[in-house]
Design a protein around this ligand. Structure first.
Ligand code: NI
Length: 151
Protein backbone atom coordinates (compact mmCIF):
# COMPACT_ATOMS: atom_id res chain seq x y z
CA UNK A 1 0.00 0.00 0.00
CA UNK A 2 1.10 3.54 -0.58
CA UNK A 3 -0.08 7.04 0.11
CA UNK A 4 -1.29 8.94 -2.93
CA UNK A 5 -1.19 12.67 -3.40
CA UNK A 6 -4.53 14.36 -2.80
CA UNK A 7 -5.48 16.80 -5.56
CA UNK A 8 -6.65 20.24 -4.48
CA UNK A 9 -9.73 22.03 -5.78
CA UNK A 10 -7.58 24.22 -8.03
CA UNK A 11 -7.01 21.07 -10.13
CA UNK A 12 -9.51 20.98 -12.98
CA UNK A 13 -9.42 17.17 -12.96
CA UNK A 14 -11.72 17.37 -9.91
CA UNK A 15 -14.36 18.94 -12.18
CA UNK A 16 -14.45 16.07 -14.65
CA UNK A 17 -16.89 13.16 -14.68
CA UNK A 18 -15.35 9.85 -13.66
CA UNK A 19 -15.82 6.69 -15.72
CA UNK A 20 -17.38 3.40 -14.67
CA UNK A 21 -15.05 0.60 -13.62
CA UNK A 22 -15.40 -2.21 -16.17
CA UNK A 23 -13.09 -4.78 -14.59
CA UNK A 24 -11.92 -5.04 -10.99
CA UNK A 25 -8.31 -5.98 -11.71
CA UNK A 26 -5.17 -5.78 -9.57
CA UNK A 27 -4.62 -2.11 -10.46
CA UNK A 28 -8.08 -1.26 -9.17
CA UNK A 29 -7.54 -3.28 -5.96
CA UNK A 30 -4.21 -1.51 -5.36
CA UNK A 31 -5.89 1.84 -5.96
CA UNK A 32 -8.59 0.98 -3.41
CA UNK A 33 -6.00 -0.05 -0.79
CA UNK A 34 -4.08 3.17 -1.41
CA UNK A 35 -7.26 5.26 -1.19
CA UNK A 36 -8.13 3.77 2.22
CA UNK A 37 -4.60 4.37 3.49
CA UNK A 38 -4.57 7.92 2.12
CA UNK A 39 -7.97 8.70 3.66
CA UNK A 40 -6.95 7.38 7.08
CA UNK A 41 -3.57 9.13 6.93
CA UNK A 42 -5.33 12.45 6.27
CA UNK A 43 -7.98 11.84 9.00
CA UNK A 44 -10.73 12.00 6.39
CA UNK A 45 -14.09 10.24 6.50
CA UNK A 46 -14.21 9.71 2.75
CA UNK A 47 -12.22 9.83 -0.45
CA UNK A 48 -13.13 9.52 -4.12
CA UNK A 49 -10.74 8.25 -6.81
CA UNK A 50 -10.60 11.58 -8.71
CA UNK A 51 -9.16 13.14 -5.55
CA UNK A 52 -6.04 11.04 -6.12
CA UNK A 53 -6.04 11.81 -9.83
CA UNK A 54 -7.90 8.73 -11.13
CA UNK A 55 -11.13 9.42 -13.00
CA UNK A 56 -12.83 6.18 -12.05
CA UNK A 57 -16.07 5.69 -10.13
CA UNK A 58 -14.70 4.43 -6.81
CA UNK A 59 -15.31 5.81 -3.34
CA UNK A 60 -14.16 4.85 0.14
CA UNK A 61 -15.79 6.08 3.34
CA UNK A 62 -15.04 5.46 7.00
CA UNK A 63 -17.03 7.26 9.67
CA UNK A 64 -15.31 5.29 12.43
CA UNK A 65 -16.88 1.90 11.82
CA UNK A 66 -14.31 0.62 9.33
CA UNK A 67 -13.82 1.37 5.66
CA UNK A 68 -16.61 0.85 3.13
CA UNK A 69 -15.66 0.60 -0.54
CA UNK A 70 -18.15 1.19 -3.33
CA UNK A 71 -17.27 0.73 -6.99
CA UNK A 72 -19.67 2.33 -9.50
CA UNK A 73 -21.80 3.63 -6.62
CA UNK A 74 -25.35 4.75 -7.17
CA UNK A 75 -27.55 6.86 -4.96
CA UNK A 76 -30.82 4.97 -5.20
CA UNK A 77 -32.97 6.88 -2.73
CA UNK A 78 -32.78 9.75 -0.28
CA UNK A 79 -35.18 10.52 2.56
CA UNK A 80 -35.53 13.52 4.80
CA UNK A 81 -33.03 16.32 5.18
CA UNK A 82 -30.07 17.19 7.40
CA UNK A 83 -27.99 20.35 7.49
CA UNK A 84 -24.49 20.05 8.89
CA UNK A 85 -20.89 21.07 8.60
CA UNK A 86 -18.85 19.53 5.81
CA UNK A 87 -15.26 19.70 4.67
CA UNK A 88 -13.14 18.02 2.02
CA UNK A 89 -9.55 16.80 1.86
CA UNK A 90 -9.28 18.60 -1.49
CA UNK A 91 -10.39 21.91 0.05
CA UNK A 92 -8.25 22.08 3.21
CA UNK A 93 -9.27 24.42 6.00
CA UNK A 94 -12.70 25.22 4.54
CA UNK A 95 -15.90 24.14 6.27
CA UNK A 96 -19.49 24.97 5.48
CA UNK A 97 -23.03 23.87 6.05
CA UNK A 98 -24.52 21.65 3.37
CA UNK A 99 -28.02 20.18 3.10
CA UNK A 100 -28.11 16.42 2.47
CA UNK A 101 -30.72 13.69 2.82
CA UNK A 102 -31.01 12.31 6.36
CA UNK A 103 -31.07 8.75 5.04
CA UNK A 104 -29.87 7.33 1.74
CA UNK A 105 -29.87 3.97 0.04
CA UNK A 106 -26.75 3.41 -2.04
CA UNK A 107 -25.61 0.45 -4.08
CA UNK A 108 -22.45 -0.54 -5.90
CA UNK A 109 -19.88 -3.29 -6.17
CA UNK A 110 -17.56 -4.29 -3.37
CA UNK A 111 -13.93 -5.19 -4.16
CA UNK A 112 -15.01 -8.82 -4.66
CA UNK A 113 -17.31 -7.68 -7.46
CA UNK A 114 -20.50 -8.41 -5.55
CA UNK A 115 -23.39 -5.96 -5.66
CA UNK A 116 -24.07 -4.50 -2.25
CA UNK A 117 -26.82 -2.19 -1.05
CA UNK A 118 -26.45 -0.03 2.05
CA UNK A 119 -28.96 2.08 3.95
CA UNK A 120 -27.10 4.89 5.69
CA UNK A 121 -28.13 7.80 7.86
CA UNK A 122 -26.62 10.90 9.44
CA UNK A 123 -22.85 11.26 8.90
CA UNK A 124 -22.56 8.12 6.78
CA UNK A 125 -25.37 9.32 4.49
CA UNK A 126 -23.62 12.68 4.21
CA UNK A 127 -20.30 11.01 3.39
CA UNK A 128 -21.81 8.87 0.63
CA UNK A 129 -23.50 11.91 -0.96
CA UNK A 130 -20.32 13.98 -0.77
CA UNK A 131 -18.13 11.27 -2.29
CA UNK A 132 -20.57 10.32 -5.05
CA UNK A 133 -20.74 14.02 -5.98
CA UNK A 134 -16.96 13.94 -6.55
CA UNK A 135 -17.49 11.33 -9.29
CA UNK A 136 -19.58 13.87 -11.19
CA UNK A 137 -17.15 16.74 -10.70
CA UNK A 138 -19.19 18.34 -7.93
CA UNK A 139 -17.48 19.78 -4.85
CA UNK A 140 -19.22 20.47 -1.53
CA UNK A 141 -18.36 24.15 -1.96
CA UNK A 142 -20.90 24.18 -4.83
CA UNK A 143 -23.59 23.40 -2.26
CA UNK A 144 -22.54 25.36 0.82
CA UNK A 145 -25.34 27.38 2.40
CA UNK A 146 -23.12 29.11 4.94
CA UNK A 147 -19.37 28.97 5.51
CA UNK A 148 -17.99 28.41 8.99
CA UNK A 149 -15.63 31.05 10.42
CA UNK A 150 -13.48 28.43 12.11
CA UNK A 151 -13.19 24.67 12.03
NI1 NI B 1 -14.44 15.73 -0.74
Amino acid sequence: MALRQIRLDSDELLRKRSREVIEINSNILTLIDDMIETMHNADGVGLAAPQVGILKRIIVVDVGEGPIVLINPQLLEGFGEQTGSEGCLSVPGVFGEVKRPQTVVVSGLNPQGETIKIEAKDLLARAFCHEIDHLDGILFTDKVIRYMEDE
